[in-house]
Design a protein around this ligand. Sequence first.
Ligand SMILES: Cc1cc2nc3c(=O)[nH]c(=O)nc-3n(C[C@H](O)[C@H](O)[C@H](O)COP(=O)(O)OP(=O)(O)OC[C@H]3O[C@@H](n4cnc5c(N)ncnc54)[C@H](O)[C@@H]3O)c2cc1C
Length: 476
Amino acid sequence: MKIAVIGGGASGLFVASQLKDYDVTIFDGNEKCGKKLFITGKGRCNVTNNCDKEEFLNNVVNGGKFMQSAISRFLPTDTIAYFEEKGLKLKTERGGRVFPVSDKSSDVIKTLERACKGATIKLNEKVTSVSVNAISNYSTTVIPTEVEGSISSQTSSMCYAKLVNSSTTCHPEQSGYFITCHPEQSGYFITCHPEQSVAESKDLGKAAYLITTIKGKYTFDKVIIATGGNTYSGTGSEGDGYKFAKMLGHSIVEARPALVPIKLKESVKAMQGLPLKNVTLYAVADNKRYSQFGEMMFTDEGITGPIVLTMSSYINRAKKVELYLDLKPALSHEQLDGRLLREFDEGKNKNLFNVMRSLTPKNFIDYFLYKVSLNSQRKINSITQEERERLVKGLKNFPLAYKELYPLDSGIITSGGVNLKEINPSTMESKKNKGLYFVGEVLDVDCLTGGFNLQIAFATAYACGQAIKKEEKNGI
Ligand SMILES: Cc1cc2nc3c(=O)[nH]c(=O)nc-3n(C[C@H](O)[C@H](O)[C@H](O)COP(=O)(O)OP(=O)(O)OC[C@H]3O[C@@H](n4cnc5c(N)ncnc54)[C@H](O)[C@@H]3O)c2cc1C
């Protein structure tokens, strides 16, 4: 059985490692496998999270129900065992995050590549299309002598010619080239097989899938699409999997950035790099309320940091978003008012800026006071009760003018992807095309940070690998 794996990233390498007994070919558009894996966990690769199934599912933002089956059969402990059995020592850090002891993502890639030994890896070979029973969709004939256009390249087994006029018909000839015609954006593109490769053309009829790459055409019995999402496109994940899925009749849930910084309408450039610790970020997104407690930071155009990235994953599908900060979440409104009263009592002759220094970081004070319309040089003894109330309200309910998320390419994860309703959750097989599978981030599943997204890649790849092995064993 010939199996194609499109994408040599986390899920592609993992699934290929399970199918070593078959004729497996991995295609990757890059010069090496695992380019995104290399940058994960700031170069240390947080391979999974050492947690149980419930905790894992608590960290899934989209696709939790879909993941139930795959995660039950391949838990984070199984990921740990998989790598350790292959000689990669792992350690668990704060929050259950699991890393290689070496702190090198390259060791994770090497381990996966070693585990794929036996598979053919075709690098620098970007796949451009995937089609079902391709030969029957196209007309096969002999290259017409009348064709306007010229043969643009020729190799021993294949040549390409471009027809200038899309309505040109192909006239069979006794001797010449066998060709397949298929529509492209401009005119028709024909692939010409010299006579000696006629046998190959006939084989196409039997095989289920035709894969076209920038270098050639191949036929396979099964195709596993492991092309990742559509973010950090420099790593090779350019959303091609969505294109292939659409070609094969699937629908796509719109790709949006997740785990991404947030842009604000107001200029915060002056505070770029300033962290705010132990704060609660609230969002009201299409009437749903979310909150995240922890640390955030200002960027040149907005905010980032752990609680912001997490929040972005919850709000990225909403049409209307409002953001608020509670700068003193440990204190109730009344407690905070009491504290301000005490500080005001002790520093009657101080100016407001000085009193605020005990409440918020110095570089945040001017922005804060501007937003609550108070002058930083005001003497404390001139502050009215209503103005003190405004301060308390500002500290507990500080509005941040939401503009939008940073662009798709900046997302650590893509939210959206192949519609889960069209995929069998136990096998990752398409419900539309037998022998076609989707694994990893190309699916409409996404998690929070902590190693959960790679766990998705491994668990879906495991489900797919096991299903193919079982099917083969049962002779289906
Ligand atoms: C900066 C950053 C840090 C991250 N850190 C972590 C972390 O520490 N822990 C964690 O759990 N998750 C992390 N993630 C997320 C994690 O990397 C992804 O969820 C995971 O890599 C997805 O695996 P995948 O196999 O689906 O896709 P990918 O790993 O993206 O692999 C897809 C592969 O397909 C190839 N490909 C795409 N299109 C084609 C085509 N047309 N033809 C041939 N090949 C193609 C690409 O070249 C690529 O190699 C991080 C992501 C980023 C961006």
